[in-house]
Ligand binder design. Sequence first.
Ligand SMILES: Nc1ncnc2c1ncn2[C@@H]1O[C@H](COP(=O)(O)OP(=O)(O)OP(=O)(O)O)[C@@H](O)[C@H]1O
Length: 308
Amino acid sequence: MSDAAIEIDGLSKVYQGGKQALDAVTFTVPRGQIFGLLGPNGAGKSTLINILAGLVNKTGGSARVWGFDIGANPRNSKRAIGIVNQEILFDPFFTPFETLEIQAGLYGVPKAERRTMELLRAVHLEDKANAYSRTLSGGMKRRLMVAKAMVHSPPVLVLDEPTAGVDIELRQQLWAYVRSLNDSGVTVVLTTHYLEEAEELCDRIAIINHGKLIANEPTRELVGKTQEKAVEVVVDRDIAGLPANQCFQKIEAKGERTLVITYRKDRANAGEVLGAVQAAGFGIVDVSTREADLEDVFLSLTRAANAA
Ligand SMILES: Nc1ncnc2c1ncn2[C@@H]1O[C@H](COP(=O)(O)OP(=O)(O)OP(=O)(O)O)[C@@H](O)[C@H]1O
């Protein structure tokens, strides 16, 4: 048996009307990881998750969840996954306790095996067990959604933009819970627009753009991959014309006396860049440098993919 939590192979989706939301996407989510799926709006992330959930039919390729093919064995593949959607979906007239009990019933979890109070405790909703769900705050509702996705104890939990619209404190609580689930062996896949969060939380990150996979690497390698570095140089006179040098990847003026120079770490170092500025006749007044973060990696990868 494969040790992958999710295996996606050549997965494609063309919606009625011709929109290609996924174009032969292939990647594997290893078991036990927190895996980040990043991409701009409309990249195809929700489509991919909805295919895994059995809510959208694929038009090509295959996908397996915990070894079960979503086409050949949809019952088992669906049982292996818990999905927290972007939209908040539950009946406002049920209490959190009832909401989880009903969900457990839908999955056929026997009464003796239900963990309703344990789940409510884990998402800090124990004291709201008997309140109407409509009286919960946005953050509480979202935490209830996470608990709801876990009632059948799936080995894989997928969170689609789980912290959109959630304040920082609740986001921290939600992530703490996600981390504790992961520590207890649950594989977590999350889509997010918060790149720093993905960088902090995820072991591995895949990026999709316009339905195509453009990166899939351990987070550290992805971040380290970017070779671009920027240096901001304040010079001692007004910049009449931009100096040129082969070690500059890009140079632009920011204000009358500040140059922003991008260079590749593998081709030049800061000393050479500053030397080139001085050789062009400028005195250097101040310098600051900036390491690329995931946002830079993402932008340079999507730029490269768009140009291809
Ligand atoms: N039911 C549908 N019919 C036709 N086109 C659709 C349908 N659902 C999504 N699309 C299109 O498919 C593309 C991918 O959408 P999808 O929702 O998967 O992206 P996403 O990466 O999840 O974006 P977001 O973060 O905004 O949800 C978009 O261009 C979208 O407009």
